[in-house]
Write a protein that binds this ligand. Structure first.
Ligand SMILES: NC(=O)c1ccc[n+]([C@@H]2O[C@H](COP(=O)([O-])OP(=O)(O)OC[C@H]3O[C@@H](n4cnc5c(N)ncnc54)[C@H](OP(=O)(O)O)[C@@H]3O)[C@@H](O)[C@H]2O)c1
Length: 343
């Protein structure tokens, strides 16, 4: 029977209805419970402070400063530093129509880059290009489905024709699929779809634009990966993580081959970010996440400092743990998966 297992107080159930799509953070939830049980104000204040502190720790673990090379303080990306890095340079940004890409595009436009915007939704790209131009920036749009090999090749041809080449390529367009193996047996296409965009789409752009970078002895390829690929075990994401890990491995091979020719490669291990990509996943709603603008700072950090990797404290710590003892980490994640703790 509907509602049989819902032990939440009535007022909480009501507020859930009212704010069906609101993000229910632990602080909000505990505040609701404190109100519902009519706890004395001093207890309410203590509970709220404690949960806010826990939330803050979670956020710090995702966003706190940590360069990819050594765990040092994350450098501040000021507008001046960004302008010095990108002014009058041609930056190709895929997945510019939404989320992290959109915020990154706006920052790049403001800093004086010529931003070439790629995604499927042409209208959104045109609106974004207009916003960039209104603020004095330069933008071009090349609508394309990068999962389609012909489209991806055409993007390269169009860009070479219009701009002569690209100085910074940001492979940000991505498609995520969250589905456990038990529901994937007849869905080989999930594995093909994620590879088509997250791996082959990016590789086609790299292969098309890298020769120009090597000739000019200057270029930068930034790949937006995920903390999941950095860490290792990630239940429910075999298709997505494999496609991201494939590009990480490609980059690990390509970087030393081209380093002496002035080409830099950065892999950004992005943590959870509140964008349309994660919206359908209810389990994420109460989790600490970066905003799209905060996440774009990691991309800007990559562009300005050109480190080999950009990571976070949480990602680094978990990947180190996995390196030391993959079996133990697998056991913990497996326990979480079986008993509904792991997302
Ligand atoms: N959000 C997270 O928690 C998170 C965590 C780790 C890593 N990431 C990575 O961050 C990147 C940006 O994701 P986001 O969170 O900003 O997601 P998003 O808001 O859903 O944006 C995805 C972007 O990719 C574009 N795209 C999707 N399919 C495409 C295709 N076939 N051809 C061309 N463009 C395509 C979309 O534009 P159109 O629909 O207009 O084509 C959109 O601009 C992705 O690579 C994702 O894997 C995200």
């Amino acid at each position: 029977m509907k509602g049989t297992h819902d032990f939440a107080p009535t007022c909480l159930r009501k507020s859930r209805k009212v704010r069906k799509n609101a993000v229910v953070t632990p602080a909000r939830r505990s505040a609701g419970i404190v109100r519902a049980i009519e706890a004395p104000p001093v207890i309410g204040a203590a509970v709220t402070t404690a949960t806010r502190a826990v939330e803050r720790v979670g956020k710090v673990a995702l966003a706190a400063p940590m360069g990819g090379r050594v765990p040092v303080l994350r450098p501040r990306i000021t507008r001046d530093r960004l302008a010095t890095a990108v002014q009058d340079r041609r930056v190709l940004l895929t997945g510019a129509s939404s989320g992290i890409g959109l915020e990154t595009a706006l920052a790049l436009g403001r800093a004086g880059a010529t931003v070439v915007l790629v995604a499927r939704r042409e209208e959104r790209l045109n609106d974004l290009a207009e916003r960039i131009r209104v603020h004095g920036g330069e933008a071009d749009t090349v609508p394309a489905d990068l999962a389609d090999s012909e489209d991806a090749d055409e993007v390269v041809d169009t860009i070479l024709e219009r701009h002569g080449g690209i100085d910074v390529l940001i492979n940000n367009a991505g498609h995520s699929i969250r589905r456990p193996l038990s529901r994937s047996y007849d869905r080989e296409h999930d594995f093909e779809r994620t590879m088509a965009l997250n791996y082959f789409g990016a590789v086609r752009l790299i292969l098309g634009l890298l020769p120009g970078m090597r000739d000019r002895q200057d270029g930068h390829v930034v790949n937006i990966s995920t903390m999941g690929a950095e860490i290792g075990p990630g239940v429910r994401f075999p298709a997505y993580l494999a496609s991201k890990a494939a590009l990480d491995a490609f980059t690990a091979s390509a970087a030393p081959e081209t380093a002496h020719e002035g080409v830099a490669w950065t892999t950004v291990y992005m943590p959870l970010v509140r964008t349309p990509m994660v919206e359908p996943t209810r389990a994420y709603r109460a989790m600490p996440m970066l905003s799209a603008r905060e996440a774009s700072q990691l991309v800007l950090e990559a562009i300005v400092d050109r480190p080999r990797q950009v990571s976070t404290p949480a990602g680094r710590a978990a990947s180190l743990l996995y390196e030391i003892s993959p079996g133990a980490v697998d056991a913990i994640v497996s326990f979480g998966y079986r008993y509904g703790v792991a997302v």
